[in-house]
Design a protein around this ligand. Structure first.
Ligand code: HEC
Ligand code: HEC
Length: 351
């Protein structure tokens, strides 16, 4: 009787307690009511995304660190930076970013509109003064015309800049991967090796405990104890950036902080110490290196991390005991199953 009760409880709990979920085929990205997509707004956002005027010294644009030719990342362990500074985290891909409920590795922004102003103001990214940026854009006649067309008047504000950029970001999508066709019933969409990898991903590998849904991400944070990137210990500029961010988030011992506290910085809750958001795995073959600090150079290394049961002392993962063949099949699934058709892209002409 007691056992039956437990079983009923477990089944009821499954969808809410987070024991994982199912993979789902691609569906359209959600568009917020407050910022409807229009072709003119998307075009304006595309221009702003690639306009170097948006950085303080005119050397970088959003595409510098989220480069379409590098899977909308920059291919580096630790992302690029504003001159003389250094970044402290890996640049995440922007592919399918519209599905993310929390933005940044620690989830500190909740919408693309909010997020866009962070890198603009960040001392170690674009280091721009937003009042100045508004005047700079206002001084370009083409932009005045375009803002008027998109927003109804010529008022060029930081919020409208963010809205246009967000509209463009919502067009950076990868759907129609072999996995999507497979999930819709096309049994030949995946090669036999990839099908075995799919079985491991959803079975023995337990990956769907966290990587599920349309975007293969659970919108949650997990302390997997990913090892520190050694550069964090040796590069004083990274230390400066880490302490600066920690100070902004009222971390008391920011001066002696020697590692990335992850989600803890935002919530101050013990359970979030070194917890990071589950990233999407779509287009994963093209977005190396991996993890919030780029510590896994290849997919093999990332798979080995999970196979070993995660980082030292974590209480989330357990060793998987995958054979060499199973690890290979898992990789074939990630590379083949999650890569969609090549994403068309044309650079805009900056006014
Ligand atoms: C100098 C490099 C750099 C530049 C320039 C830059 N970013 Fe980023 N971007 C990053 C890094 C690094 C992160 C992760 C930071 C973190 O998690 O703390 C990030 C995170 C993001 C995210 C969150 C993605 C996710 O999956 O959570 C979005 C969206 C984004 N950037 C958009 C932009 C936009 C829009 C611009 C231009 C206004 C921009 N970025 C400019 C490096 C950069
Ligand atoms: C308990 C939740 C959880 C499970 C189970 C899990 N992952 Fe993850 N995965 C994460 C989190 C969280 C990250 C980000 C860690 C970080 O950035 O430090 C991640 C990162 C990754 C990355 C790097 C993605 C990137 O863009 O940097 C890959 C690849 C990956 N996981 C594959 C897998 C595979 C394959 C499995 C199954 C063998 C698996 N994961 C199981 C939560 C999980």
């Amino acid at each position: 009787m007691k056992r039956l009760l437990w079983m009923i409880l477990a089944v009821l709990c499954l969808p809410v307690c987070g024991f994982g979920g199912h993979l789902e085929p691609f569906k359209e990205v959600p568009i917020p009511k407050a910022n409807p997509q229009t072709p003119a707004k998307i075009e304006l956002g595309r221009k702003l995304f690639f306009d170097r005027r948006l950085s303080g010294d005119g050397t970088t644009n959003c595409g510098t660190c989220h480069d379409p030719q590098q899977g909308y990342s920059d291919g580096l362990e630790i992302s690029l930076n504003y001159p003389t500074t250094r970044n402290w985290r890996n640049s995440p891909t922007l592919i399918n970013v519209a599905f993310q409920k929390f933005l940044f590795h620690d989830g500190r922004a909740a919408s693309l509109e909010d997020q866009a102003l962070f890198p603009l103001m960040s001392a170690f990214e674009m280091n721009q003064n937003l009042d100045y940026m508004e005047e700079e854009i206002r001084a370009v006649p083409e932009y005045v015309t375009e803002f008027t067309k998109v927003f109804g008047d010529a008022d060029i504000t930081r919020d409208r800049v963010a809205m246009a950029i967000a509209a463009f970001e919502r067009t950076i999508v990868s759907g129609d991967a072999p996995l999507d066709r497979y999930l819709k019933g096309d049994r030949n969409a995946l090669s036999p090796e990839a099908v075995k990898g799919y079985g491991l991903f959803t079975g023995k590998g337990k990956c769907t405990e966290c990587h599920f849904g349309v975007n293969l991400a659970d919108d949650r944070f997990h302390a997997l104890n990913v090892p520190e990137n050694p550069e964090h210990l040796t590069d004083p500029r990274i230390a400066a950036t880490r302490r600066f961010v920690a100070k902004v988030y009222h971390f008391k011992e920011f001066r002696t902080l020697a590692e990335d506290p992850g989600r803890f910085l935002i919530t101050g809750e013990r359970k979030d110490w070194k917890a990071f958001r589950t990233p999407t795995l779509r287009e994963i073959a093209g977005t190396a290196p991996y993890m919030h600090n780029g510590i896994s150079a290849t997919l093999d290394e990332a798979i080995e991390f999970f196979n070993a049961g995660g980082g030292k002392g974590n209480t989330v993962l357990t060793p998987l005991q995958l054979t060499a063949e199973e690890k290979r099949q898992l990789k074939v699934f990630l590379e083949e199953g999650l890569t969609g058709a090549p994403m068309a892209f044309t650079y805009p002409k900056i006014p």
